[in-house]
Write a protein that binds this ligand. Structure first.
Ligand code: PDD
Length: 287
């Protein structure tokens, strides 16, 4: 069955879905995106993703082509049309097609935003074997722009980071700026020391992860101690555990940083417990 995608108001087979070569998403990376996971055919943390999308649009002075209520219906319809049980929904909104290339933003009255959504089926997303094995990461310089709190489609450097990790024979990379870890290439980064969960505080240095917000809330509800502050790679290497969070990974343990094994070199109890709590609670709250 060919995949059905959504483009500017229409549900179409993927081969029939097109966007102009003049689209500013294509020419300028002038667009924002969201990734929402699906478990049991339902959307995880949809409200958080919709709220962050609105914020990203506002920060870039970009108009939304749909209301947030309509967006929920489009997500649900794509899940239904593509029979997604476990997987992801990718959403992108760009500043549209002004019909030519120009650095200046087009008049939004004349150039409507482009909206695209598609599904990615991922059977086994929740029962990920990496959760039992853990991830190995390297640290790399964070040379991204200064507004990482806006979820833009400028993902060239994060892609290069994933390739650096691959070349080094590991799973992912953590960005480091002025000696401190900002976040992972496509996830938020945490360490655990003496039972305390430590993760960088929110600012324009990192993406305000929707999974991060939920996981920290669940951790506090479970009486776990949380400290929102920066940490160095050396501190992370001396931690008892580490982990990452994102909409596609949920919570995944990190067992090695720059060749140094953490603790016993196996997934730690805090990361494992948080993954269980996150999956249980998110399934209950899924829409
Ligand atoms: N990435 N930090 C960065 C740089 C990210 O790209 C992401 C998400 C996160 C985690 O945010 P959330 O918990 O809201 O997914 C943090 C998505 C999954 C992606 O690009 O595929």
């Amino acid at each position: 069955m060919p995949r059905t995608v959504y483009v500017n108001g229409s549900y179409l087979p993927e081969a029939e879905a097109t966007v102009s070569i003049f689209d500013r998403g294509f020419l300028m990376a002038d667009g924002v995106y969201e990734v929402t996971s699906v478990l049991g055919g339902k959307l995880i943390d949809f409200g958080g993703h919709a709220a962050r999308l609105e914020r990203s649009l506002t920060e870039l002075d970009m108009a939304s082509p749909v209301t947030m209520d309509a967006l929920l219906e489009i997500h649900r319809e794509l899940v239904r049309l593509n029979s997604i049980d476990e997987g992801l929904i990718y959403l992108q909104i760009t500043r549209g097609n002004p019909g030519d290339r120009d650095f200046a933003f087009p008049d939004p009255e004349k150039t409507p935003s482009t909206i695209v959504l598609f599904t990615q089926a991922k059977p086994g997303l929740a029962d990920n074997p990496t959760a039992r094995k853990g991830l190995k990461v390297i640290s790399i310089d964070d040379i991204r722009w200064g507004r990482r709190d806006i979820k833009t489609v400028q993902l060239l450097y994060p892609s290069m980071g994933k390739m650096m990790a691959k070349k080094a024979g590991v799973d992912d990379a953590w960005f480091v700026e002025e000696g401190e870890v900002t976040e992972g290439t496509s996830n938020n980064a945490y360490i655990v020391k003496g039972g305390k969960i430590i993760t960088r505080d929110l600012s324009s240095d990192i993406l305000h992860g929707i999974t991060r917000a939920a996981v920290l809330r669940f951790a506090r509800e479970a009486q776990m101690e949380v400290e929102e502050r920066s940490f160095t790679v050396a501190e992370a290497q001396g931690a008892d555990e580490a982990f990452i969070t994102s909409a596609s990974a949920f919570v995944l343990p990190v067992v090695e940083i720059d060749g140094v094994a953490l603790g016993n070199g196996v997934p730690g109890p805090v990361a494992t417990r948080l993954r269980e709590i996150y999956l249980d609670e998110s399934r209950k709250a899924a829409v």
